[in-house]
Design a protein around this ligand. Structure first.
Ligand code: ADP
Ligand code: F6P
Length: 323
């Protein structure tokens, strides 16, 4: 058949390299040629292609980030930008594009696919806010990085009988906070999906000290109304009345930089291989994801139209377990 291209876009995620490697080697196995695009949609618009052979993707599966590079590209959101991208693809006689990225990147895939070009998405973002995959590439590694940090904070919090506020990423989704909050045994969790009263947090923390706890950990999602800065400011403004303040740690990009664990290496590998298998059947305009343990494809139109729900029953479970 054909010549295809692959790019990574949006926030990088551990496992992207495994996906690139699987795309390249599965396509080569089919007798196709693969071009990689440097720096996501920016490279696509600029025509920044590199030929990817089997050796070019050797020794990358164990590395975090993306060997192809990634960007946020405002120009691709415009029709003019996408037309420039289309020209680059058509000039090189490229038959299909694989886009490894999160919800924004897949909105881009959908837009390109609506212009008639065969595109296939691979669900990849640490935020886990993308429909069509119950867990996206990079989530597991990011969760483990955040969890290790929370465990360490708990050690020092216990030594000093302190309360710590740990802010995790997720943009406007509370998934990372909810999972690491439960798995890290947090005393309270603050997420954008649930309105939070700082007074309630103070009450919960005080109650946990009264129950004999030597530490208090509050895991807060960056997108919550009361994120780390907001909550810390509230506690500092009401220091006298509340009786304690909160030490703040923002984990930030450290969560994105981990080396992929076995779960993300396998997920990236399975996603990458499946993307080529779908293309071989001439199926495109779809997102490759994991649903009920199986690799499945969901139309990009459906992915773009839906918002992934968070299982809020887990917030109640977290409250019960924080006793
Ligand atoms: P992620 O894919 O990790 O969610 P972003 O939301 O930043 O990251 O999106 C990555 C890139 O995808 C954007 O910089 C832009 O180039 C492209 N993109 C996002 N939304 C759209 C859209 N509605 N139409 C076309 N391209 C988009
Ligand atoms: O989408 C992944 C993510 O890490 C979000 O959790 C976070 O809000 C955002 O990217 C940070 O973006 P940037 O790396 O551009 O600062």
């Amino acid at each position: 058949m054909k010549r295809i291209a692959v790019l990574t876009s949006g926030g990088d995620a551990a496992g992207m390299n495994a996906a690139i490697r699987a795309v390249v080697r599965t396509a080569l196995h089919c007798g196709w040629e693969v071009l990689g695009l440097k720096h996501g949609y920016t490279g696509l618009i600029a025509g920044d292609f590199v030929v990817l052979g089997a050796r070019d993707v050797g020794g990358i599966i164990q590395h975090g980030g993306t060997k192809l590079g990634s960007t946020r590209c405002e120009e691709f959101k415009t029709e003019q930008g996408r037309l420039r991208a289309l020209r680059q693809l058509n000039e090189r006689d490229i038959g299909a594009l694989v886009v490894i990225g999160g919800d924004g990147s897949q909105a881009g895939s959908h837009a390109l696919s609506q212009m008639g070009f065969p595109v296939i998405g691979i669900a990849s973002t640490i935020d886990n806010d993308l429909c069509g995959s119950e867990i996206t590439l990079g989530v597991d590694t990011a969760l483990n990085v955040a969890l290790e940090a929370i465990d360490r904070l708990k050690v020092t919090a216990s030594s000093h009988q302190r309360a710590f506020l740990v802010e995790v990423m997720g943009r406007d989704c509370g998934y990372i906070a909810l999972m690491t909050g439960i798995a890290g045994g947090a005393e309270a969790i603050v997420i954008p999906e649930v309105e939070t009263d700082p007074e309630q947090i103070a009450t919960e923390l005080r109650a946990s000290y009264e129950r004999g706890k030597a530490h208090a950990i509050v895991v807060v999602a960056e997108g919550a109304k009361y994120n780390a800065d907001g909550l810390a400011r509230y506690f500092s403004d009401h220091r006298k009345r509340l009786g304690f303040d909160l030490r703040v740690t923002k984990l930030g990009h450290v969560q994105r930089g981990g080396a992929p664990g076995v779960f993300d290496r396998m997920l990236g590998t399975r996603f990458g291989a499946a993307a080529i298998q779908y293309l071989a059947k001439d199926e495109h305009g779809i997102l490759v994801g994991l649903l009920k343990g199986e690799i499945v494809a969901t139309p990009l139109a459906e992915v773009a139209a839906a918002r992934k729900p968070l299982d809020l029953r887990l917030m109640e479970l977290a409250r019960v377990l924080a006793r």
